[in-house]
Write a protein that binds this ligand. Structure first.
Ligand SMILES: [Mn+2]
Length: 368
């Protein structure tokens, strides 16, 4: 009905008169004209969930950056972190949050996962989108401080709202971990990435300044030095080169991590990796951070520091869904840089589906 209505106007403007083939459309137009607003608006809403502002999967927007006691309550919030001035490779992840939301148009809040038969939007949890944190691109210290305050503000209403952050380069996870620590104490990190990101700032940034020390390759080293994370954390999907063969690994263990390499999937499969992760983190409060470069560049080219030899999108979904039951207090999908994506938008399609999977994992277990 709605498409016919549009065709009617387009055809008129192209031809200047009404052709016989438009008779059915005119008939539809008459029916449409007979509708009053009360009839048409519900029709629009059921035909197409993509109306109004662009939020993640068309979920409701809430003004979260307020400490007002009248603030609307919610259980899980989507928060954008448009920041990419902490990168050592290609910039562009500041456009990640909007691209992930845009690619989520295909996710219907009414649809069910065919493997799990679940839909996180049709559950006990109220899931909302806060929009993006107001971050400056001109001073990293101020931007990360603003992001931490934004996290604290978003997680302030009762009872226990949790956040999924849309990055943003991986430095944004440091602000999330600082905020999570204030709320939950030390958390165990499950870190999906091609890179270990525990590099000593003296190595990655050459020790040139304290400002340069905080970047997307050092944030987990800093999180450890600030006692934000437990020593039962784990990386998975690792395959990027390291700078110092023994010292980097020794430092990584010191920061509390175990490594699962990308090629381990050939030996034990995605479910085997999920099992290994679950054994490591147990019942800990977990922060689950996903660098999109954990996927192979064939599936996710739109990222800052792509590394060949990664996982397929399908393998990763099997793995993620295998984590059901873990105690997730927060998570993120980062390093999505849409300018390097392909015309089929495979990176952002994967990113938005990963966010949906994270939401489902959070809904499966309430925080305690
Ligand atoms: Mn990475």
């Amino acid at each position: 009905m709605i498409i016919s209505n549009r065709l009617f106007y387009i055809s008129l403007s192209l031809t200047g008169n009404i052709s016989p083939c438009l008779s059915q459309i005119l008939s539809n137009q008459k029916i449409l004209n007979s509708y009053d607003a009360e009839n048409v608006i519900p029709h629009l809403q059921t035909e197409n969930h993509n109306y109004g502002f662009s939020t993640f999967a068309s979920i409701p927007y809430v003004h979260c950056f307020t400490d007002s006691p009248d603030k609307e309550a919610y259980d899980i919030a989507i928060l954008g972190a448009p920041f990419d001035t902490g990168v050592t490779g290609r910039p562009g992840a500041r456009f990640g949050p909007k691209a992930i939301r845009s690619s989520s148009w295909r996710i219907s809040p009414q649809a069910y996962n065919i493997y799990t038969l679940r839909n996180p939007f049709n559950s006990w949890a109220k899931i909302i989108d806060c929009g993006d944190a107001p971050l400056t691109w001109l001073d990293n210290t101020i931007a990360l401080s603003t992001l931490e305050k934004s996290h604290l503000s978003v997680s302030s209403p009762s009872p226990t709202p949790r956040i999924i952050t849309l990055g943003g380069d991986h430095t944004t996870t440091l602000a999330a971990l600082r905020s999570a620590h204030k709320r939950w104490g030390p958390v165990t990190v499950i870190h999906f990435d091609a890179h270990i990101d525990t590099w000593d700032p003296k190595v990655v940034s050459g020790g040139i300044s304290d400002y340069a020390a905080v970047n997307h390759g050092t944030f987990l080293h800093i999180a450890h030095s600030e006692n934000l994370i437990s020593n039962r954390s784990i990386h998975a999907g690792i395959r990027a080169p390291i700078a110092r063969p023994k010292k980097d690994i020794r430092n990584d263990i010191r920061c509390g991590f175990e490594i699962i390499t990308a090629r381990e999937i050939d030996r034990i499969g995605p479910s085997g990796i999920a099992q290994k992760i679950k054994e490591r983190v147990g019942n800990d409060r977990v922060y689950l951070s996903i660098d999109i470069d954990v996927l192979d560049p064939a599936f996710a080219p739109g990222t800052g520091t792509a590394e060949p030899g990664g996982w397929t999108t399908r393998e990763f979904f099997t793995l993620l869904e295998g984590l059901e039951g873990i105690n997730i207090v927060g998570g993120d999908v980062v390093e999505v840089a849409p300018v390097y994506d392909n015309v089929g938008e495979t990176t952002v399609l994967a990113a938005s589906q990963i966010v949906l999977t994270l939401l489902d994992l959070m809904v499966q277990r309430r925080v305690d």
